[in-house]
Design a protein around this ligand. Structure first.
Ligand code: COS
Length: 384
């Protein structure tokens, strides 16, 4: 749902200009230094990029899902590290509070997340629990008006930058499965919370992940999201439904960028006396990429509109994440292929994007998890 096309166009134009004029020229610097320069972070704050999905009453832009995916198409036309920094505040690092938080939790945390004054992170994955999220072992034992958290979370995006964490922990350590999991807001400076060393990743330099370790970390009972024990897994799944759709939109934007680069290269690069874009085998790669991007873009917009209409889009979000992330991988591969030797060296963005986009098929649920969600929902619907 687009509330006001003109206002949205202004926002999209200013983001597209920011991407073109500021972010793209700084991609190599970010990759080399593994850091987004602080003046750029400031500009991202000024543009409102940290609060895209946070309600207006808390200082955010309260974009509808359709508006948000259209913004994601634009912001993803550059190094994914930039999107990653704003990604958690708009997605998994804030939406637990937005969707299920109490009024007091919203009042206290959302305004600072919306401005980017603080960064939020989402702590679900553990050393022994990834795709099987309901098997997580971090425990939260009630002691008066606090819970005592113990356990380790792994690969937590933006953890090194984060001031608050949405942490899924088991409040009934003897009970297995999803029903014993609760979601907590844990502040970074809580005694007993420490961070591991920053992970060395395949790509997305400038975006950071690390372990988050809880050692008798005492968290106020008031920080249970929604004030209710035992529903944290559902909160996490709802957050991920939205997150998966957002990531699918990011895949579309990244693929559009890679295809634009590949097309430009193919039109410039001369072989056998003509631009390689004139060769039909190159054209096939360009055309397949174009068609697949168009399909993914259409899926994402359709699913976003359905979510705005109040539909349950668990299946559609997984369809979008599955198709768009796999599509993005194929486009990255073709982009390197079209660039030939130049695609394998770091002078061109194709090599960096090839590594950066690999993560899209893994995080917020692997392609295999998306397949499971889709098929299970199909079976459930057929049994009704
Ligand atoms: N929205 C709301 N509730 C949901 C839901 C959703 N999208 N998906 C599941 N639930 C509910 C179920 O209805 C069920 O509730 P009841 O017990 O009341 O029936 C409960 O949550 C447990 O669901 P389910 O039985 O399907 O859980 P499973 O353990 O079988 O796991 C998968 C489901 C595999 C889909 C889940 O663990 C998952 O998404 N794994 C991937 C995790 C992930 O994406 N990690 C990425 C790291 S975070 S960046």
């Amino acid at each position: 749902m687009i509330r006001d096309q003109e206002t949205l166009n202004i926002l999209l134009d200013s983001i597209a200009r920011f991407v073109r004029e500021v972010l793209v020229p700084n991609e190599n610097l970010v990759a080399e230094t593994d850091e987004i320069p602080p003046p750029i972070v400031r500009q991202m704050r000024e543009l409102g990029l940290f609060g895209l999905s946070i309600p207006e009453q808390y200082g955010g832009l309260q974009l509808t899902m359709e508006e948000e995916v259209r913004v994601a198409f634009e912001i993803a036309r550059t190094s994914p590290a930039f999107r990653s920094l704003i990604g958690t505040n708009n997605g998994i690092g804030s939406q637990g509070i937005v969707i299920d938080g109490t009024a007091a939790q919203k009042d206290y945390y959302l305004p600072r997340l919306a401005t980017g004054d603080i960064i939020g992170a989402f702590a679900l994955t553990e050393p022994g629990s990834g795709s099987d999220a309901a098997s997580l072992r971090t425990s939260a034992v009630r002691d008066g008006d606090v819970y005592v958290l113990n356990g380790t979370k792994r690969y937590i995006t933006n953890a090194p930058e984060a001031s608050i964490f949405t942490v899924m922990a088991r409040t009934d350590p003897l009970k297995r499965g999803a029903g014993a999991i609760s979601a907590f807001i844990v502040e970074r400076d809580t005694p007993g919370l420490t961070l591991g060393k920053i992970d060395k990743k395949m790509g997305q330099r400038g975006a950071h992940t690390c372990d988050v370790v809880f050692d008798n970390c005492r968290v106020p009972a008031a920080n249970v999201i929604g004030g209710k024990e035992g529903v944290g897994f559902k909160t996490a799944m709802k957050v991920l439904d939205k997150g998966r759709l957002h990531i699918a939109a990011v895949c579309v934007g990244a693929a559009e960028r890679m295809l634009a680069d590949a097309l430009r290269y193919a039109m410039e690069r001369q072989q056998f006396g003509q631009p390689i874009a004139e060769f039909q085998l190159i054209q096939a790669m360009l055309a397949d990429s174009k068609a697949e991007i168009y399909a993914a873009r259409s899926m994402v917009i359709d699913a976003a509109q359905r979510r705005d209409n109040g539909e349950d889009i668990s299946t559609e979000a997984s369809c979008c994440k599955l198709f768009a992330s796999e599509m993005c991988g194929r486009v990255a591969d073709r982009s390197v292929q079209i660039h030939g030797g130049a695609g394998y060296v770091a002078d061109y963005a194709a090599e960096r994007f090839y590594r950066d986009v690999r993560l899209f098929r893994i995080y917020e649920g692997t392609s295999q998890i998306q397949q499971i969600v889709i098929a299970r929902n199909m079976i459930k619907a057929a049994q009704k």
